[in-house]
Design a protein around this ligand. Structure first.
Ligand SMILES: Cc1ncc(COP(=O)(O)O)c(C=O)c1O
Length: 367
């Protein structure tokens, strides 16, 4: 059996440090926010290359608060892509604003800038590119359009810890960047967690208040806030794991290069790393015309895979009210039919990589 992800293997490789970090929080009893969260915020801001980082209880909360800090509310429009995890769109919904989709680029699977300007209306406030699978969207032309049209850019970097666009870290390029620390992410907590990074001091201050009931001091509520605080234990765990992130990222990149080599010449399409990107391979997704058949045959061979994501958000029943229909975003719809995510985690061994690639080859011939 080759798992899609092996969180236990990673824990065992850092167990003494993690156990000590958790014990320290238990002894301090700083369970919600506290010193470990504050230290992690400073370290993560510095890692990303932003002035500030604000820890919250999920990536979804990070997006929600980033949108609120940008002033988004009912009557506004936010532009993003339909080929993403549903949370990107849910966060827009929470603010009362409307999501306007533009399709993805068929190679990069991130926001296609050629479609961007015609989606802008007088109601547009924010452009929210998604750095899908760990590869940044093409940010220069997005920033150019945003600056010219006076729009805010919020990066959904939930899958892109340590990814780079022309040498700059994902999350530090737009006005605000949002990360998820869901356990399976490249930098994952042992529970839920998220972060907003920004170099705008006003935005950071607003988000710090909003995550903690809108208080500027205890029981003095100047904004209608939320209970979106990051837990002390997660902050302490994430500090330990951040020190390993570069090493783990390089392992992922080596694994991806090996998969590319082993699968070259096979009928599956391997993922394209764009010239501007340092891709961090949160997901390594191949494409196949018979994705479901291939997945079944890999399952039979003991290889666990995933599909990220089988239905683009504009075709999800929950978002039917946005008024889109099948055929509106052909590149997103094709990707949703064809992508298959292969096992990808730092601790994968070379024999596991070879076994997965061999099973893909056999699976293709069988289907
Ligand atoms: C692209 C994207 N956006 C947002 C989120 C939401 O993050 P979370 O699950 O931490 O709320 C996720 C992860 O699940 C994601 O993959």
């Amino acid at each position: 059996m080759i798992p899609f992800l092996d969180l236990k293997a990673q824990y065992h490789s850092i167990k003494p440090e993690i156990d000590a970090a958790v014990t320290k929080v238990l002894e301090s009893s700083q369970f919600a926010l506290g010193e470990e969260v504050a230290a992690f915020e400073r370290e993560f801001a510095s890692y990303v290359g932003a002035a500030e980082a604000v820890g919250v209880n999920s990536g979804t909360s990070a997006l929600h608060l980033a949108l609120l800090a940008a002033g988004v509310g009912p009557g506004d429009e936010v532009i993003t892509v339909p080929f993403t995890f549903v949370a990107t769109v849910a966060a827009v919904c929470y603010t009362g604003a409307r999501t306007v989709f533009v399709d993805v680029d068929p190679r990069a699977l991130t926001l296609d800038v050629t479609n961007l300007e015609r989606a802008i209306t007088p109601r547009t406030k924010v452009i929210m590119p998604v750095h899908l699978y760990g590869q940044p969207a093409d940010m220069d032309p997005i920033m150019e359009v945003a600056r010219r049209r006076r729009l805010v850019v919020i990066e959904d970097a939930a899958q892109a810890h340590g990814a780079e666009y022309k040498g700059r870290r994902a999350g530090s390029i737009g006005d605000l960047g949002c990360f998820s620390f869901y356990p399976g992410k490249n930098l994952g907590a042992y529970g839920e967690g998220g972060m907003v990074v920004t170099s705008n001091a006003d935005h950071a201050r607003t988000i710090r208040m909003l995550r903690d009931w809108g208080q500027d001091r205890r029981y003095h509520h100047v904004l209608k806030g939320f209970n979106y605080r990051l837990e002390g234990i997660q902050g302490a765990i994430l500090r330990v794991k951040l020190r390993r992130l570069e090493e783990w990222t390089e392992s992922r990149r080596r694994h991806a290069a090996r998969y590319n080599e082993l699968l070259a010449g096979s009928p599956v399409r391997t993922p394209e790393a764009m010239a501007y990107a340092r891709h961090v391979y949160h997901i390594y997704a191949v494409r196949s015309a018979d994705r479901d058949g291939l997945q079944k045959s890999l399952q039979g061979a003991g290889v666990q895979t995933g599909v990220h994501y089988p239905i683009p958000v504009h075709l999800q029943p929950a978002y039917a009210d946005l008024g889109y229909k099948a055929g509106d975003f052909p590149h997103s719809e094709a990707a949703a039919r064809e992508v298959l995510s292969l096992p990808m985690f730092a601790e994968l061994t070379s024999s596991q990589l070879e076994a997965v690639a061999a099973a893909v080859g056999e699976g293709i011939h069988a289907v």
